[in-house]
Write a protein that binds this ligand. Structure first.
Ligand SMILES: [Zn+2]
Ligand SMILES: [Zn+2]
Length: 350
């Protein structure tokens, strides 16, 4: 392997909406503490859609893609703890400084210096990617490359719903928004022993997404646009409210409704983003609920191996959220799908 070889990469070429194209790029050379990965599968994330539309920070020209599975094909000169041929996933926290308060307290994912592959530095929508070894996690033999590409988004869910949201046995859990993150949340909550799981969607989710929700263990489906979702949740819980609400829709109306759904002293986890500078929120009603609202961003160390184990054991069945697999050159089809919420997770194979 040498830098004279080249590869195709899906670039965000410049600031502004759009500005995406496949371009020739040199194959990167691993530094002493890095490995070169051959990317086997890479997922399209809501973040990629935001980058496409100029709604998320990024440093162009940059190869996009931060959710990936790869095989190690070259070792940097100082790498001793990984071998060629091992299959891995990687935490997208490259360039975290290691010195700031957040890094020193184990939260490198929130370091201001961090530059993730896919928006800060070149990412995984290309055949090859370099990664520092301290961010890698091995994946077991019984996990496919496609399932492994779901580890990153699932790790977000495992952190947000299990580690921070702390689902307890028999909890009544409401998941608002049946996209890939919402449905991964349903499976995570089920695995943690949730009692009743209620999924809130809209009529457009009925033909496909809410069917999958039922397959993976949602007990009740509520259509927010065809009635009063708060009243339905209250009725289903005999007026008590849900122990825990996962907001994975980013809809301002849904966010406000979470306060009406949660029980007194219950928990609400934010996962969805609104894309707006501010929204209207029932502050006093939340105060009367004495509820805890948990905000979330990115993935800490502990959720990665936990997620890999849960996907390997099918407690989280990653296959349920993979609805499209395309070669890299068909990226526009896959992005279009993701953007119009037609399927769940689309993967690109570079
Ligand atoms: Zn993502
Ligand atoms: Zn730092």
């Amino acid at each position: 392997m040498s830098t004279t070889q080249s590869m195709m990469g899906l670039y965000k070429t410049a600031k502004g909406p759009g500005n995406m194209e496949l371009r020739q790029a040199p194959v990167p050379e691993p530094r002493p503490n890095e490995v070169l990965l051959e990317i086997k599968a890479a997922g399209i994330c809501g973040t990629d859609i935001h980058i496409k539309h100029d709604q998320f920070p990024y440093w162009p020209p940059v190869i996009m893609g931060h959710e990936f599975a790869g095989e190690i094909i070259q070792l940097g000169s100082q790498v001793t703890d990984f071998k060629i041929g091992e299959r891995v996933v990687g935490e997208p926290h490259t360039k975290a400084c290691g010195k700031c308060e957040l890094c020193r307290t184990g939260n490198i994912q929130l370091c201001a210096q961090k530059r993730s592959p896919g928006w800060g530095i070149d990412g995984a929508f290309a055949r090859y990617l370099v990664m520092p070894t301290h961010l890698l996690h091995r994946i077991p033999e019984n996990m496919s490359d496609e399932e492994a590409a779901i580890v990153e988004p699932a790790a977000n869910v495992v952190q947000d719903v299990l580690e921070r949201g702390k689902v307890e046995p028999n909890d009544t859990v409401v998941v608002i928004g049946p996209g890939a993150i919402g449905l991964l949340s349903v499976m995570a909550a089920r695995a943690a022993g949730a009692g009743k799981v209620i999924v809130v969607g809209t009529a457009k989710d009925l033909p496909f997404r809410l069917k999958v929700a039922q397959e993976i263990g949602a007990d009740e489906i509520v259509l927010a646009d065809e009635g009063d979702a708060v009243a339905v949740v209250q009725r289903m819980t005999d007026g008590r409210g849900a122990d825990y609400v996962v907001e994975a829709s980013g809809s301002p109306r849904a966010i406000a409704s979470a306060v009406g759904m949660v029980r007194r002293m219950g928990r609400i986890s934010q996962i969805g983003l609104t894309g707006k500078p501010e929204i209207s929120f029932p502050w006093d009603a939340a105060a009367w609920k004495v509820c805890t609202i948990l905000f979330n961003l990115s993935t800490g160390y502990t959720c990665w191996d936990r997620t890999i184990g849960m996907i390997a054991s099918k407690k989280i069945d990653a296959r349920k959220v993979i609805t499209r697999i395309e070669p890299l050159q068909n990226w526009e089809l896959a992005f279009d799908d993701a953007e119009h919420a037609r399927g769940l997770k689309a993967l690109l194979i570079p």
